[in-house]
Ligand binder design. Structure first.
Ligand SMILES: *Cc1c(COP(=O)(O)O)cnc(C)c1O
Ligand SMILES: [Zn+2]
Length: 466
C-alpha cells in the first residue's frame, strides 16, 4: 500500500478522529462510519509562505501541472507526487464582474462576481474534483470507477476515462432525471451507463453497495480526495481578486461537496496564515430539495464543534420516507434530498459563519435568465446561487456594498430544454417542462419573433423590436 509522510485520511468526528493511509480507498470511517478528510502534516508538507507566489505559475503554462487550475496549487493539496497527477487541463475558469446581474441581485456596481466553473473541459466544476479522484485512483491502482449522478459527475467521470484510459467508468443515473446535455456526454464518452428505476438518492444508495461489493473505485463526493480538488475553486477566486478575500461566497447546495470543500479550503488557509479571515458562506438549496435549509433554518441543526444533534436529522429523513417525498426541482443538479456531505457542510457553515436559504424554481429560472442576459450563462442549478444572493440582499443579510462571488457550477448548454422552454411562446411547451414545477411566468423571456418569409415583413419586425 502506498504511504505518504505528509498526507493521511482522518475521520471528521472529533470523538473518533481515526486516521488512515492515503493508500486506502475509503468513503467512510471504518471505525465509526463518519466522513473522512484528507489531512496533512503541514510541518512536513512545506506549504507556501504567501499566496502571491502562485501567480508565477502562469509563466510556466507549457507544464501541464502549471496549466491546470487545480494542480498549480499542488502545494495546498499535497497528497500526490507531481509524477502521479492525472490532469486533462481542468480549472481554466474565469471570474467575471457582472454589473447587470449585480443590479438584479441588489448589489452596487462592481460588487458582484460570477465564477464560471462551466468552462471546465466537461462543462462543470466536477472536473476539479475528478482530476483529484483520478490521481488518487492511479496512486492505488484502481481499474474501474463508478458514480451515481444527476448528470455532471457522470459527464466528468466519463470524460476522464475516455481521455486518460486509466479506468473503465460505470455510471448510475435515476430514470428521466438527467438533462440531455449531460446524458449525451456520458454516452458519447463511452461510459457504461446504468439507468435505475428511481431517483438520485436511490442511485447513490445502490452505487455505494455495488462499489463496495465489486471493489470499484467510487468518485462521488463522499470520496475525500475529490473535495481536495474542489478546494482550488476558492484559490482561483482569491487569485482573480488579487488575494483579497471577498465578503461572501454563494454556492448552490446539492450533495454539499462544494460547500464542504470551500470551508476546508478557507480553514486551511487561515491555519497556514495565508489569509486572515474566511469569507461568509451562503449555501442555496432549491425549494423542492431543501434538506439543508430545513435542518439548519427550521430545525436548528448545527455542527456544534462536532457534536451534531442527530435526532432532528433522523426524524426529518424518517418523515421523508413516510410521506414518500422525493426531491423535485428544475435544477436537476441539486435535486437531492439526502446530501451525503451534510456533516462536512455543517462544519463549513460553522467555520465560515455561513447561512442557508432555499429558492423556488421560479426564482432560479428568472435568475438564470438574468445571468444569460448579463453574463455568460449557466445551467439552472447554478443560478440558485444568484437567486439566493438576491434573496439575502432583500433580507439585508448581504449588504449592497458587500463583495459577493456567486459560483456558476455548470455550463449554459447543459440543459437547453429548460432554457428554451423558458423563452418559448409555445404555452404547451412551457407547461410541459416548467408548469408542473410551479413556474408561472417567464419574467425575463426573450421571445423569438415569428415573421413570414418576406423581406418587408422581416425589416418591419426588426424595426419594431430593436
Ligand atoms: C453537482 C452540481 C451541483 C451540486 O454541488 P454539490 O457539491 O453536490 O453541492 C450544483 N450545480 C451543478 C451544475 C452541479 O453539477
Ligand atoms: Zn471515525
Amino acid at each position: 500500500m502506498i504511504r505518504s509522510d505528509i498526507a493521511f485520511q482522518k475521520c471528521i468526528s472529533p470523538a473518533c478522529g481515526a486516521t488512515y493511509e492515503v493508500g486506502e480507498a475509503l468513503v467512510a470511517c471504518p471505525r465509526c462510519g463518519d466522513l473522512l478528510d484528507v489531512a496533512y502534516d503541514w510541518n512536513r508538507a512545506r506549504p507556501p509562505s504567501s499566496l502571491e507566489g502562485f501567480q508565477q505559475m502562469w509563466s510556466q503554462r507549457h507544464d501541464p501541472l502549471r496549466l491546470s487550475g487545480v494542480w498549480r496549487f499542488l502545494e495546498l493539496l499535497p497528497f500526490a507526487k507531481p509524477s502521479e497527477v492525472v490532469t486533462v487541463g481542468e480549472g481554466q475558469t474565469l471570474l467575471q464582474q457582472a454589473d447587470l446581474v449585480a443590479a438584479y441581485v441588489g448589489l452596487q456596481p462592481g460588487r458582484l462576481f460570477l465564477q464560471y466553473e462551466g468552462m471546465n473541459p466537461s462543462g462543470s466544476f466536477k472536473d476539479n474534483g475528478m482530476t483529484a479522484a483520478f490521481t488518487h485512483a492511479r496512486q492505488i491502482g484502481a481499474t474501474r470507477a463508478a458514480c451515481a449522478s444527476t448528470g455532471n459527475t457522470s459527464a466528468s467521470l466519463a470524460m476522464y476515462c475516455s481521455v486518460t484510459r486509466l479506468m473503465k467508468g460505470v455510471i448510475f443515473i435515476g430514470s428521466g432525471k438527467i438533462s440531455y446535455g449531460k446524458l449525451s456526454q456520458a454516452l458519447d464518452f463511452g461510459a457504461l451507463t446504468v439507468q435505475i428505476a428511481g431517483d438520485f438518492d436511490d442511485a447513490m444508495a445502490r452505487v455505494k453497495e455495488v462499489s463496495r461489493d465489486l471493489g470499484i473505485y467510487l468518485v462521488n463526493s463522499v470520496n475525500p480526495f475529490r473535495l481536495e480538488g474542489q478546494k482550488t475553486i476558492m484559490y482561483r477566486v482569491l487569485e482573480a481578486l488579487r488575494w483579497e478575500v471577498p465578503d461572501w461566497i454563494v454556492v448552490p447546495g446539492g450533495n454539499l461537496g462544494n460547500s464542504s470543500a470551500f470551508g476546508k479550503a478557507f480553514a486551511e488557509l487561515v491555519e497556514l496564515g495565508l489569509i486572515r479571515t474566511a469569507p461568509r458562506l451562503a449555501v442555496i438549496n432549491a425549494a423542492g430539495a431543501d434538506t439543508l435549509s430545513e435542518l439548519v433554518q427550521r430545525r436548528g441543526v448545527r455542527w456544534n464543534g462536532g457534536a451534531v444533534d442527530e435526532t432532528p436529522i433522523a426524524a426529518y429523513y424518517q418523515s421523508l420516507d413516510q410521506e414518500q417525498r422525493k426531491a423535485s426541482t428544475i435544477a436537476s443538479a441539486i435535486e437531492i434530498n439526502r446530501p451525503v456531505n451534510l456533516r462536512k457542510c455543517l462544519r463549513a457553515l460553522e467555520f465560515c459563519n455561513g447561512v442557508v436559504r432555499h429558492v423556488t424554481d421560479q426564482e432560479i429560472l428568472d435568475a438564470k435568465a438574468k445571468v444569460g442576459a448579463g453574463g455568460m450563462g449557466c445551467e439552472p442549478a447554478s443560478a440558485a446561487s444568484v437567486a439566493g444572493a438576491r434573496l439575502l440582499c432583500d433580507q439585508g443579510v448581504i449588504a449592497r456594498g458587500d463583495r459577493v462571488v456567486c459560483i456558476l457550477t455548470g455550463h449554459q448548454l447543459k440543459d437547453p430544454t429548460a432554457t428554451v422552454a423558458y423563452h418559448t411562446t409555445d404555452q404547451e411547451q412551457f407547461n410541459k417542462t416548467l408548469g408542473n414545477r410551479g413556474v408561472r411566468r417567464a419574467s425575463f423571456a426573450n421571445r423569438a419573433v415569428a415573421v413570414s418569409n418576406n423581406l418587408d415583413e422581416i425589416v418591419k419586425a426588426i424595426r419594431l423590436y430593436s
